[in-house]
Design a protein around this ligand. Structure first.
Ligand code: OAD
Length: 226
């Protein structure tokens, strides 16, 4: 089975989804702050958003939905392809996690290309952006708007989608390509597509066979059981 997860998966952990009201995205429009152009033009501005997001993630814990998927993997093979960079699936105990948009564990120097564990870099909100020993600006190893996914990552997720007999699509608006293509790829491969989202999305009905109109933290524990 493949679980394709998005920002709604972590909503009950206190991390606000991108599309919707409230949370840090009402202060930082992702189209203004999470783009490669903004990073090149004004890295300090982009780091204000990254710092706020980092604090939100640091204060968050996996919710009942993350834990249910980790429990299910004790019984059957569960691949997870997540658009989230919060690491909460891994913290809940899931091992086979494909991070489509990267993760927060490393920082990358935009000048020398060196990588540093994020935990080793003290980010001072008064002195943004953080810099590498070479003087270059450090950036998180995550995918911003306008960037390609890391090499091979989409191919791995697409292979898992083709191989899956069931795909759970949880907490994503399926608006951002290429992650948004995965439910269709899975359906074409013959998978049963089950969508867990309190709202309908453009894939509801057309691509997903079943829509469970509930929050992930409520639906997944009842679907998986104890
Ligand atoms: P979105 O914010 O676009 O969509 C979140 C979805 O989660 C919405 O459809 C909500 O209805 C749903 N939702 C909200 N609360 C939920 C809950 N408790 N349980 C289940 N579903 C819930 O987030 P994504 O689809 O993940 O990319 O966004 C995709 C990408 O857009 C992100 O990875 C990011 C962003 O720009 C990059 O940064 C490249």
């Amino acid at each position: 089975m493949l679980a394709l997860t998005g920002a709604g998966m972590s909503a009950e952990s206190g991390i606000a989804p991108f599309r919707g009201s409230g949370g840090i995205w009402s202060r930082f429009d992702p189209m203004e702050y999470a783009t490669t152009e903004a990073l090149a033009r004004d890295p300090a501005k982009v780091w204000q958003m990254l710092h706020a997001l980092g604090l939100e993630i640091a204060g968050a814990a996996p919710n009942a939905g993350h834990r249910a998927l980790a429990r299910l993997a004790e019984r059957i093979r569960v691949d997870i392809a997540t658009q989230n960079v919060d690491g909460l699936h891994q913290r809940a105990g899931s091992r086979d996690v494909i991070e489509l948009h990267g993760g927060g564990t490393t920082l990358l120097c935009m000048a020398c290309g060196g990588r540093r564990p994020s935990a080793e870099v003290a980010v001072d909100p008064e002195r943004l952006p953080p810099r590498c020993a070479c003087g270059g600006v450090l950036r998180p190893d995550v995918v911003l708007f306008g960037e390609m996914l890391p090499d091979g990552v989409f191919e791995r997720a697409a292979a898992a989608a083709r191989a899956a007999d069931t795909v759970l699509v949880v907490g994503t608006s399926a608006e951002v390509a290429p992650a948004s293509l995965l439910p269709g790829i899975a359906r074409q491969g013959g998978a049963l597509v089950i969508e867990v989202n309190p709202e309908e999305t453009w894939i509801t009905g057309g691509i997903s066979h079943i829509h469970v109109p509930m929050a992930a933290g409520e639906a997944l524990p009842s679907m998986v059981g104890t």
